[in-house]
Design a protein around this ligand. Structure first.
Ligand code: HEC
Ligand code: HEC
Length: 336
């Protein structure tokens, strides 16, 4: 039996040092959310493609679902919002709270009155349906690099799910200056030449990771900087997440000895599928969203493309980072 003795948080997004939300509550156990089957033959936007992106690549549910008693997103309230992100002393010396929105099409508490294009704007520009700025815990500055079809697919999916009535409390923290979209031209490409047979796969992988992994696996700059993340060290890890008493750093995903140097693409894909550290079997620390119900739901071709991209990035020396490197005991392997 798998036992994880952790009473901790799943935190995602901009969670660094003084800007970090305090303890967010949550445990990184597998969630029982039905995996979507992507419609790979569809051209143009489709709710099926949106479902796949939401559940298996972009993991919106970890933020937009109220945790149950186990600290896990409650599958019966999937995407119905309410999870609180706490900030120490921002406004009047008290604790500030920002609540993730109800994304189901409920008329009063959710997105029932939003058009698909309102949803696309929230996702990619960071404004609500009245044009007011969203708090940048919501990583719109990353989702802005989604293709138009993928952004619309997500909107169509959100409009297709059952409405759940769940009134989310009002935020009591002022929205900081808007975060600028991550500059796609500064995100590295595969180091393979375009004539290499692996080039196309690696560049497909680049698209998938630039709208998902880059946020957690790149160190964030100080608030107010021109770029939210340090693009000179894209994918080189070292962003930290306050999970209970521990500051958990994300791993360097570039193929340097301090990162994934020496890993095969198959080993990278297996790690995403199982959420277990290569060779050790230890469950990865939260908030890494590996395994069933999350990145483990990616199709084999998508996993393969992601792994091929990371494997062929220019190596960056940074770290090593990760729970083990930081001396944080976490999780036990199967059979423990
Ligand atoms: C890191 C946590 C996080 C992730 C991941 C995340 N969101 Fe959000 N999102 C938030 C928070 C917090 C808010 C509320 C912001 C505010 O109130 O200013 C929000 C707001 C929104 C809104 C605006 C709704 C409203 O009523 O104002 C939409 C739409 C949205 N998110 C969609 C998504 C979708 C779709 C995904 C996945 C593709 C996603 N979010 C991923 C945290 C997240
Ligand atoms: C919500 C934040 C978050 C997201 C999103 C995320 N990761 Fe992670 N990832 C982490 C953290 C934190 C760790 C360190 C966990 C540990 O050391 O136990 C990690 C660890 C890993 C590891 C293990 C490295 C090692 O040395 O054992 C791999 C591989 C990885 N991530 C790949 C990815 C890929 C690929 C994506 C996107 C498809 C991704 N991650 C998305 C936070 C995240």
């Amino acid at each position: 039996m798998r036992i994880l003795l952790v009473l901790l948080a799943v935190a995602w997004a901009g969670c660094d040092d003084d800007t970090a939300p305090a303890d967010l509550g949550g445990v990184d156990l597998p969630v029982q959310i039905d995996q979507a089957t992507p419609d790979l033959t569809a051209s143009g936007p489709s709710a099926a493609r949106g479902e796949y992106l939401v559940k298996s690549l972009l993991i919106c549910g970890d933020c937009h679902t109220t945790p149950n008693g186990m600290g896990q997103p409650d599958p019966t309230k999937f995407l119905a919002g309410g999870r609180a992100f706490d900030f120490p002393a921002q406004v009047d010396g008290g604790l500030g709270h920002v609540y993730a929105a109800n994304l189901t099409p409920d008329q009063t508490s959710g997105l029932g009155s939003w058009t698909a294009s309102n949803i696309v704007d929230a996702l990619t520009v960071g404004v609500d349906k009245d044009g007011l700025p969203l708090f940048p815990i919501m990583p719109y500055y990353m989702f802005g690099n989604l293709s138009d079809d993928d952004a619309m697919s997500i909107a169509l999916y959100l409009q297709s799910i059952p409405a759940i009535s769940n009134v989310v409390p009002k935020n009591n923290v002022q929205v900081p200056q808007a975060s600028t979209r991550i500059d796609d031209t500064q995100i590295p490409h595969t180091a393979l030449p375009s004539t290499d047979p692996g080039f196309a796969s690696a560049e497909r992988g680049r698209y998938l990771v630039k709208v998902s992994c880059i946020e957690c696996h790149t160190k964030h700059n100080a608030p107010g900087a021109a770029s939210v993340i340090d693009l000179a060290k894209a994918f080189a890890g070292g962003e930290t997440f306050q999970i209970g008493p521990n500051k958990i750093p994300s791993a360097n995903l570039t193929p340097h000895a301090t990162g994934l140097g020496g890993w095969t693409p198959a080993e990278i894909a297996a790690t995403l599928k199982t959420d277990q550290e290569r060779g050790v079997g230890r469950m990865l620390c939260p908030p890494m969203p590996g395994g069933t119900g999350r990145l483990g739901g990616l199709t084999d071709p998508d996993l393969n493309d992601i792994a091929n991209f990371l494997h062929t990035l220019a190596p960056i020396q940074n770290g090593p980072f990760g729970c083990t490197d930081a001396g944080i005991p976490y999780g036990v392997p199967d059979g423990g």
